[in-house]
Design a protein around this ligand. Structure first.
Ligand code: TRP
Length: 457
C-alpha cells in the first residue's frame, strides 16, 4: 500500500492543456508533414483521420478511464484491475515504448533548439532551398552539436518533471499552446498565398488512392497513436491525475480535435511552400527544417517569426516529452518507492545516452543499420528511423492490448462509472463504445498490422 499523497490537476482548463500539451508536439509539426510527404498526401491523410476517429479516440477514452479508475501508473493500473494476471506486461510494453520514443524525441527536439539559435543569428538569410537542405544535413550528421542540443533538451525535460504535475506540467501548457496555434495560422496563410502554392494544397486535399499501400496505412495508424500520445500509458497516467467530476469523453474529443487541427494547419503551413520552393515532398525528417526557413525569408518580420516559431515548437516538444518521461517516473516512484529525483534522473540518463547513439547514426555511425520486417521483406534502416518505426509498431500493439483489456477484461461497472462519473452524467454512446472497443478497434489494428508486416495486400 502506498500512502504517498498523489499530485493532481487543479482545473478543467489545466487538464485539457496538459493532455493537449502531451498530444501536440513534434508529432504534429515535424512527423506528420514529413510522413504525409513520403506517403503521397491526401489519401494518406484520410486514412490517418479515420484512424484517429475509429481507433484513437476510443482508446484515449479507455486510457483515461483506466487511469482515473485506478489512480495508478501504467503497470500498477493493470495490476489493480487484473491482479496477478499477465496484463501488467501491457504496462511494461508501455514503459519500453516510452524509452524508445523519448530517445529519438530528445534528438529531434534538440534540432529544434538549434534552429532557435540559428534564427536568432539570422543564419537562414538569403539561403536557397538547396542550401538549407545541405546545412540541415551537415548539422544532423555532426557528431557533437546535435548531441549537445539533445542533452540541453533532456535537462529541460527533467527539470519540468521534477517540478511535479501541477507546478510543472499544467503551468507551461496553458498559455503556450494557444500561442503556437496562432503562429501556425499566420504561417499557413503566408504559405498558402505564395506563388505556386495551389499544388501544395492539392497534394494535401485531393486524394489519389492509387498511391496508398499497406505500409502507408500502418504508418498512418502508428502515427495516430503517436500523435494522440496513446498506446503506452501516457493518457492513462494523465487520467490518473484527473478529478472525479471531469467529463472524460468531452475531454478526449477536445484533445483529439485540437491535435488533429494543429497537424492539418501545420500541413497547410508546409506543403504549399514545399511546392512553391521546389522542395521534394518526400525529403524525410528534414522537411520542416528545410521548408519553413524559406517561408520566413518571404515574410515581413521573418526573423522574429522564425525565433518565435522554433521556440514554441521546442515548448510543444517539451510538454510532450515530459508526458513520456512521466510514464516511467510514475512507475519507479509508485511501484519501487523511489523518490522523484532518483526516479527521474536514473531513467533520463540511459534515455539520453540511447538518443545520443541514434544521433550519431546520422553521421559517424551511419554504417550501422538495423533490419526491419515490412511488406513481407526485410529492409535496412538508419538507427533513428528504426526507433521511429519501432514506435509506430509498439504503440498499436499497446493500443490493441488496451482495447482488448477494456472490452473483455475490465469490470463493466468500473468502466460505466468512469464514463458517467458514477451516474452523475449521461453516456448515451456507451453501447456503441463497447462494440468499438471490443471488436472494431482491435480487429482494425490487428488487420493493418499483420497485413503490413507480411505484405498480404
Ligand atoms: N504526441 C506527442 C507528439 O505528437 C508525442 C508523445 C507524447 C507521445 N507522449 C506520448 C507519443 C505517448 C506516444 C505516446 O509529439
Amino acid at each position: 500500500m502506498t500512502t504517498q499523497k498523489r499530485d493532481g490537476f487543479s482545473s478543467r482548463i489545466g487538464v485539457i492543456a496538459a493532455a493537449a500539451g502531451s498530444a501536440i508536439g513534434l508529432g504534429n509539426i515535424w512527423k506528420f508533414p514529413y510522413i504525409t510527404g513520403e506517403n503521397g498526401g491526401a489519401a494518406f491523410i484520410l486514412v490517418y483521420l479515420a484512424c484517429i476517429a475509429l481507433i484513437g479516440l476510443p482508446i484515449m477514452l479507455g486510457e483515461f478511464s483506466i487511469g482515473r479508475n485506478t489512480k495508478k501508473n501504467t503497470v500498477g493500473a493493470f495490476e489493480a484491475l487484473a491482479p496477478g494476471s499477465p496484463w501488467k506486461y501491457t504496462g511494461w510494453l508501455g514503459i519500453t515504448a516510452a524509452f524508445v520514443i523519448l530517445s529519438f524525441y530528445g534528438v529531434v527536439a534538440g534540432w529544434t533548439l538549434n534552429y532557435v539559435s540559428l534564427s536568432i543569428t539570422n543564419a537562414f538569410a538569403g539561403q536557397t532551398a538547396a542550401q538549407l537542405e545541405s546545412s540541415f544535413g551537415a548539422f544532423v550528421s555532426n557528431p557533437i552539436s546535435p548531441i549537445i542540443w539533445q542533452i540541453i533538451f533532456m535537462c529541460l525535460t527533467v527539470a519540468v518533471v521534477l517540478g511535479g504535475i501541477k507546478n510543472g506540467i499544467e503551468r507551461y501548457s496553458k498559455i503556450l499552446m494557444p500561442l503556437l496555434l496562432i503562429i501556425l495560422i499566420i504561417l499557413a496563410i503566408r504559405s498558402a498565398t505564395l506563388d505556386g502554392a495551389t499544388k501544395g494544397l492539392e497534394f494535401l486535399f485531393k486524394p489519389d488512392f492509387s498511391k496508398l499501400n499497406m505500409s502507408a496505412v500502418l504508418a498512418a495508424m502508428g502515427h495516430a497513436f503517436f500523435s494522440l500520445s496513446l498506446g503506452m500509458g501516457t493518457m492513462m497516467t494523465y487520467g490518473s491525475y484527473m478529478r472525479k467530476n471531469e467529463n472524460l469523453a468531452v475531454t478526449a474529443v477536445q484533445v483529439s480535435i485540437a491535435d488533429t487541427l494543429i497537424a492539418l494547419i501545420a500541413g497547410i503551413a508546409i506543403f504549399p511552400a514545399v511546392f512553391a520552393f521546389g522542395i521534394e515532398p518526400s525529403s524525410g525528417p528534414g522537411l520542416v527544417f528545410i521548408t519553413l526557413p524559406n517561408v520566413f525569408s518571404q515574410m515581413p518580420f521573418g526573423t522574429g517569426f522564425s525565433i518565435l516559431f522554433f521556440t514554441l515548437l521546442a515548448v510543444a516538444a517539451l510538454t510532450s516529452s515530459i508526458s513520456v518521461l512521466e510514464v516511467i517516473v510514475a512507475y519507479l516512484y509508485e511501484e519501487l518507492g523511489w523518490n522523484r529525483v532518483k526516479s527521474t534522473i536514473s531513467i533520463a540518463i540511459p534515455i539520453t545516452f540511447a538518443g545520443a547513439i541514434l544521433s550519431l547514426g546520422n553521421g559517424t555511425l551511419s554504417h550501422l543499420t538495423m533490419p526491419f520486417l515490412i511488406n513481407g521483406g526485410i529492409s535496412q534502416m538508419s538507427l533513428i528511423d528504426w526507433f521511429i518505426t519501432l514506435s509506430d509498431q509498439l504503440l498499436p500493439i499497446g493500443g490493441f492490448l488496451i482495447a482488448l483489456f477494456i472490452g473483455w477484461r475490465m469490470d463493466k461497472d468500473s468502466l460505466k462509472n468512469e464514463l458517467t462519473n458514477n451516474g452523475l452524467i449521461q453516456a448515451t454512446y456507451i453501447q456503441a463504445y463497447r462494440i468499438i472497443i471490443k471488436f472494431i478497434a482491435p480487429l482494425a489494428i490487428a488487420f493493418v498490422f499483420i497485413s503490413t508486416l507480411f505484405g498480404f495486400f
